[in-house]
Design a protein around this ligand. Structure first.
Ligand code: FAD
Length: 384
C-alpha cells in the first residue's frame, strides 16, 4: 500500500498494547504513519502472560476478517481449535451437542489470548514506523497541551507530546477516566473465575470440537479447548457465591454435586479455585468516543469505548472491527484525522450498543434456556 502521510498528525500515540492497540498500530504503520504504543505491562513475550485473565477467546468470522487484513488469519488459525457447536451438560442428564449451523460447517475458534497478543506484538514490532514502549502506564491525557501523561515502572511521572491519541487501554481505561465522557459502567453481580481440565492420558478429557456449557439457572460454567489438550473452564457465578465456598473440601463437594461429570476431570480443582482471582464483568456505555482538544485529538476504541460482557464471545472481535473501521475512515477522509475519527464513532456506536445488549441477553440463554427441552426441540427444528 502506498504510504499515506496523514495530515495534522505529527505524533500519533496508541495507549495499550493489547489486542486492539497492536492491530491498530500495524494498520497505521502500513499507511506510513509513525506511531508509538504505550503498554503498562512489561513485554508479555519476555515476562509471560498474566494469570487468570481469560486464557482463551472464541474468535469468529468478524475477528478473522480483521486479522486477515494484516496477514495474521492463517497464523492465528494454526494456533486455534474449531468449535462446531455447543455441548450442553444439563444437571443430571446426558450432554447434548447443538451445532452452530444446519450444515454443521460453521464454527468459531478457540484461540489462546496470550499467543494472539504475541503474534500481534511481533507483527507490530516488525512494521516500519511502529515503536513499542513497555512498562509505562498512562495516567491521563492533556488535550490542551497535546500530551500523554505517564508513569514509568518506578512510578516516576513522564509527559510525552502527542497530536493524536488512540486509547485501546481496555475496560478500565485511564484515558476514558481522564476524558469523562457521558455514560456509565454497569458491573454485573456475577464475576468469573478460571479453572482447568488438564489432558487425560495425553488426550482431551472432553470433546474438543465444542464450546462446553454447564447451565445452572442463575449461573453457569463454560469450557473452551486449548492446543495443549487442556480446557480452560470459566465459572460465571454471583460474586457472593464464590466466597461462600471457603475451604478446599467445600469446593470439591460443591463440584461433585453440581458439576458431577467434570469434577473428576479436575485434579487441581481446589488449588485452582483458591489461587485464581474473581474477575468483574462490565458493560461500558459512553459517548462521545472522540474529543477534539486544542492540542490533541483523542479517540477511544475496543473495550475502552464499549466493553461488553463475554457471553456472546464478541468483545475482541468488536475491538478488531473498530481498528478496521478507523483504517477505512482514514482512507475515506483522505488522511484527515478529525474527519476520520468522527466518521468512525458515528458508524460504530449503534453496532456496539446492539452487541452489548445481545451479550447480556445471551447470558440468560446460556445459563438457563439452552437446557430446556422446548429450546432443544426448537433448535432441532431450525436445523432439520
Ligand atoms: P485489552 O485486551 O483489555 O487490552 C488493553 C491493553 O491496555 C492491555 O494490554 C493493558 O495492559 C493495557 N493497558 C491498560 N491500562 C493501561 C494504561 N493505563 N496505560 C497503558 N496500557 C494500559 N472476546 C471475544 O471476542 N471472544 C471471547 O470468547 C471472549 N471471551 C472473554 C472472556 C472473558 C472472561 C472476558 C473477561 C472477556 C472476554 N472477551 C472475549 C472480551 C475480550 O477479552 C475483550 O473485548 C478484548 O480483550 C478487548 O481488547 P482491547 O484491546 O480493547 O482491550
Amino acid at each position: 500500500m502506498a504510504p499515506d502521510r496523514t495530515r495534522g498528525a505529527g505524533r500519533v500515540a496508541i495507549v495499550g498494547g493489547g489486542l486492539a492497540g497492536c492491530l491498530l498500530a500495524v494498520l497505521l504503520g502500513r499507511r506510513g504513519i509513525e506511531v508509538t504504543v504505550y503498554e503498562r505491562r512489561p513485554d508479555p513475550r519476555v515476562a509471560g502472560a498474566e494469570r487468570g485473565r481469560s486464557i482463551n477467546l472464541a474468535i469468529s468470522a468478524r475477528g478473522l476478517a480483521a486479522l486477515e487484513q494484516v496477514g495474521l488469519r492463517d497464523r492465528s488459525l494454526k494456533q486455534a481449535l474449531p468449535m462446531h457447536g455447543r455441548m450442553v451438560h444439563p444437571r443430571g442428564g446426558e450432554p447434548n451437542f447443538q451445532p452452530y449451523s444446519a450444515d454443521g460447517e460453521r464454527h468459531i475458534n478457540s484461540i489462546g489470548r496470550a499467543e494472539l497478543n504475541r503474534s500481534l506484538l511481533d507483527t507490530a514490532e516488525s512494521t516500519p514506523g511502529v515503536r513499542l514502549v513497555f512498562s509505562q502506564r498512562v495516567t491521563g491525557v492533556d488535550t490542551k497541551a497535546g500530551a500523554l501523561l505517564l508513569e514509568d515502572a518506578g512510578g516516576r511521572p513522564l509527559t510525552e507530546p502527542a497530536d493524536v491519541i488512540l486509547a485501546g487501554d481496555g475496560a478500565y481505561s485511564a484515558v476514558r477516566g481522564s476524558l469523562r465522557p457521558d455514560g456509565d459502567t454497569d458491573v454485573l453481580e456475577h464475576g468469573y473465575k478460571e479453572l482447568t481440565v488438564p489432558p487425560k492420558d495425553g488426550e482431551f478429557a472432553l470433546d474438543p470440537d465444542a464450546l462446553h456449557i454447564w447451565p445452572r439457572g442463575t449461573s453457569m460454567m463454560i469450557a473452551l479447548p486449548n492446543l495443549d489438550r487442556s480446557f480452560t473452564c470459566t465459572l460465571f457465578w454471583k460474586k457472593s457465591d464464590f466466597t461462600a465456598l471457603g475451604t478446599p473440601g467445600a469446593v470439591t463437594a460443591y463440584f461433585a454435586e453440581h458439576y458431577p461429570d467434570v469434577a473428576g476431570l479436575m485434579p487441581g480443582l481446589a488449588e485452582d479455585y483458591a489461587r485464581n482471582p474473581v474477575g468483574s464483568l462490565v458493560t461500558v456505555r459512553c459517548w462521545p468516543w472522540v474529543r477534539y482538544g486544542d492540542g490533541a485529538i483523542v479517540a477511544l476504541l475496543g473495550d475502552a469505548a464499549h466493553a461488553i460482557v463475554p457471553f456472546f464471545g464478541q468483545g475482541a472481535n468488536c475491538a478488531f472491527e473498530d481498528c478496521i473501521e478507523i483504517d477505512r475512515c482514514l482512507t475515506e477522509a483522505d488522511g484527515h484525522w478529525p474527519r476520520a475519527l468522527s466518521l468512525y464513532q458515528e458508524r460504530r456506536k449503534a453496532n456496539t450498543d446492539a452487541i452489548a445488549e445481545m451479550a447480556l441477553d445471551n447470558f440468560v440463554e446460556m445459563r438457563d434456556r439452552v437446557s430446556s427441552p422446548v429450546y432443544r426441540a426448537k433448535q432441532a427444528a431450525v436445523h432439520a
